[in-house]
Design a protein around this ligand. Sequence first.
Ligand SMILES: [Zn+2]
Length: 99
Amino acid sequence: MNLPGNCPAPLAIRNRRNTRSLVIQWTETDAHEISWIELRGSCPCAGCRANRLRGNISLVAEDIAITAIHHMGYGVQLVFSDGHDRGIFPWVYLAKKRC
Ligand SMILES: [Zn+2]
């Protein structure tokens, strides 16, 4: 995977239950939102990446949720309601559409 350059840590991350998404506040004026389903489907852990490389399309349950967020310094570890907690999402990965 070709990751873009360094991304500074966001100011804040909010787990927004009413929209079932994560809101990443990069700066005072720049935030973006990624749905829980999209995050689960793009989990960067070795197991999920290998699955995707094999062409397996993992079906993500529509009621998937993020139940915990652990700050890891260079990113966040997300814990999903299906018990999957191996994905550590670096800032550059979360910011792929913008930096
Ligand atoms: Zn995973």
